[in-house]
Ligand binder design. Structure first.
Ligand SMILES: Cc1cc2nc3c(=O)[nH]c(=O)nc-3n(C[C@H](O)[C@H](O)[C@H](O)COP(=O)(O)O)c2cc1C
Length: 403
């Protein structure tokens, strides 16, 4: 990890260490990848406002998110098949996140189960739910998450049907997976990866295996999953979940002001402005372009999180300046995991944290609450307004008992 200087270095290393099918799975967006590209391009187009001779000797990234104190405005995003980037990947990432004082979110579609991660970690983590056709299964998995003391539920609402990723089909990463000669040769060239997978606790979807009758191997589980995403999912399901989930509830995948208002009306403690990392509706607006409108509309009533394209600490500063309270980190940490397991994830978090620190210093900012639009260069010479006046007023967060 010594010569790793940025997230791009971790990505290069992961490309060499992780079999092509799984690296591409993490990398890809849906269809023509327009939204995937827009996520990055629109972030990069936002310029920061360099300020000088401001005393920035008291910098801190500590903040509060949905009533939870966190060391940096970051959350590790839910990532399906995380444990295929590196054996026991979910446990390794959870440990790195908890060590760094930020939340880790376990995906429904993880390899390690809720119970595996709970057993291997000392502090509560977040759980992400896909509501599937079998509501009995959804209810049962929520009970498991509550029993494992998951503090926050992240309900993903932008995947009623699955956006196609062409590369997954070309690589044979279909559901069920195809065994092809080129995949076997590729894996043979990545022995460290193969050993880590062999030594890992599980080789299939840990949250589902053993909980779905008669479906204990990858192929049959895969078929079951493909049939289980539910196009009939609606706001009524959110009301149902709100009733049965005892902890904090965040809705992930909101990209529209009207949807954000409905989420708040139904009592969401937080929302994630997200287009699933450009993996669902191709042609949708970039996440960052929608963030200011959504934050203006509901930022005073709920905690607004952001994801989509975060690769640097400066990106985090940009999102916070436009109204986010924190950012979910997706591929940036997946690259770290593929590149170096737990140490790689820790490195990814550390890179982002240090870059954010420097970006804060050079824009004249000491604390997260002081980050507002005044750190952005909008091309005018307007006088610097008081930082606090630029942030929408936030409601006081209740601390939930499950925290
Ligand atoms: C490989 C991969 C798997 C993902 N799996 C899930 C998932 O299981 N549940 C979910 O809500 N989002 C999932 N996402 C979306 C991420 O949580 C997050 O929204 C996205 O990665 C943010 O964009 P970024 O990767 O550009 O940071 C996945 C993303 C990737 C790249």
């Amino acid at each position: 990890m010594k010569h790793i200087t940025c997230i791009e270095d971790l990505r290069d290393l992961a490309r060499r260490k992780v079999p092509r099918a799984f690296f591409d799975y993490a990398e890809a967006g849906s269809y023509n990848q327009e939204t995937l590209r827009a996520n990055r391009a629109d972030l990069e187009a936002i310029k920061l406002r360099q300020r000088v001779l401001v005393d920035v000797s008291q910098r801190s990234q500590a903040t509060t998110l949905v009533g939870q104190k966190i060391a940096s405005p970051m959350v590790l995003a839910p990532i399906g098949l995380c444990g295929m980037q590196r054996g026991d990947g979910e446990i390794l990432a959870a440990r790195a996140a908890l060590e760094a004082g930020i939340p880790f979110t376990l995906s429904t579609m993880s390899i390690c189960s809720i119970e595996d991660v709970a057993e291997a970690t000392a502090k509560p983590f977040w759980f992400q739910l896909y509501v599937i056709r079998d509501r009995g299964f959804s209810h049962a998995i929520l009970e498991r998450a509550a029993a494992a003391k998951c503090s926050t539920l992240v309900l993903t609402v932008d995947l009623q049907v699955l956006g196609q990723r062409h590369q997954d089909i070309r690589n044979g990463l279909t559901v069920p997976p195809e065994i092809r000669l080129k995949n076997i040769i590729d894996i043979a060239c990545k022995p460290a990866w193969a050993l880590s997978i062999l030594a890992g606790k599980r080789k299939t979807f840990g949250n589902l295996a053993g909980h779905v009758k008669g479906m204990d191997n990858v192929n049959s589980l895969g078929q079951w999953i493909a049939q289980q995403f539910d196009p009939a999912l609606s706001w009524r399901d959110v009301e149902w979940i709100k009733k049965i989930w005892p902890g904090t509830l965040i809705l992930k995948g909101i990209l529209d002001v009207e949807d954000a208002r409905t989420a708040v009306k139904l009592g969401a403690d937080g929302i994630v402005v997200s287009n699933h990392g450009g993996r669902q509706l191709d042609g949708a607006a970039s996440s960052i372009s929608m963030l200011p409108r959504v934050a203006d509309a509901v930022g005073g009533d709920t905690d607004v999180l952001f994801d989509g394209g975060i690769r640097t600490g400066a990106d985090i500063l940009r999102a916070l300046a436009l109204g986010a309270k924190a950012c979910m980190i997706g591929r940036a940490y997946v690259y770290g995991l593929g590149a170096g397991g737990e140490a790689g994830v820790a490195k990814a978090i550390d890179i982002l944290r240090k870059e954010l620190d420097v970006a804060m210093a050079l824009t004249g900012t000491n604390s997260i609450k002081d980050i507002g639009p005044q750190v952005l260069n909008d091309g005018t010479d307007r006088p610097q307004p008081a930082a606090k006046a630029n942030k929408p007023a936030r409601k006081k967060q209740k601390t939930k008992s499950a925290e």
